[in-house]
Design a protein around this ligand. Structure first.
Ligand SMILES: C[S@@+](CC[C@H](N)C(=O)[O-])C[C@H]1O[C@@H](n2cnc3c(N)ncnc32)[C@H](O)[C@@H]1O
Length: 180
């Protein structure tokens, strides 16, 4: 998926998603830490990931990064802690999206920045129906990813204001620039 996005968007999509992240930054679902080298040196980044094996794969990172084993559905941080929150290809996998977005909103400061890059379901009814039909097999084959999520609507429904939107591959890939 990462390579597909790179072909459609260009090599700088991870720069886009991390670009506004200054001050206290939370990354959710950081995986093996592929975004970590993109953060500005003055960002204090808490990179979180629930999967211990993935976290163990992050061996090289800068002094401004702290790693934590954390589920985005249950963030162990006080309200309004972070200036910015970042996630890439994570809301396709989180089991309870509204719950995770509630948590993200809770720990983000008022006016704080949320930037996500996600693959989402097709807008047209045929594509959407095909994605729904294929999702159980896709979910099983990928170990938990869903191809039929409407993450943009979920972000809006959670109360975020979407202030910018990048669309690639007929809107199947979205870059969401939102604020609390
Ligand atoms: C497709 S990977 C993306 C990893 C990385 N962000 C990237 O861009 O390559 C999806 C990630 O979401 C994580 N994830 C799954 N459930 C999660 C949850 N409840 N909270 C936070 N992250 C979760 C997975 O462990 C995995 O690292």
């Amino acid at each position: 998926m990462s390579e597909t996005i790179e072909r459609a968007w260009g090599e700088d999509w991870r720069e886009w998603v991390t670009d506004k992240a200054r001050g206290w930054v939370l990354e959710i679902g950081a995986g093996d830490g592929v975004n970590l080298s993109y953060y500005h040196a003055d960002a204090r980044v808490i990179a979180t990931e629930p999967d211990a094996e993935s976290l163990d794969m992050i061996t090289e990172y800068e002094d401004n990064v702290t790693l934590a084993q954390v589920d985005a559905q249950d963030l162990p941080f006080p309200d309004a802690t972070f200036d910015a929150i970042v996630g890439t290809l994570v809301f396709c996998t989180i089991p309870d999206v509204p719950r995770a977005l509630r948590e993200v909103r809770r720990v983000l400061k008022p006016n704080g920045s949320l930037r996500l890059v996600e693959h989402v379901r097709a807008k047209n009814p045929v594509g959407r129906a095909l994605m729904h039909a294929a999702n159980p097999a896709w979910h099983w084959m990928t170990g938990g990813c869903n191809i039929n999520r409407d993450t943009l609507s979920a972000v809006r429904a959670a109360g975020f204001q979407v202030i910018g939107l990048e669309k690639q591959m007929l809107g199947l890939i979205v870059g969401i620039d939102a604020r609390r």
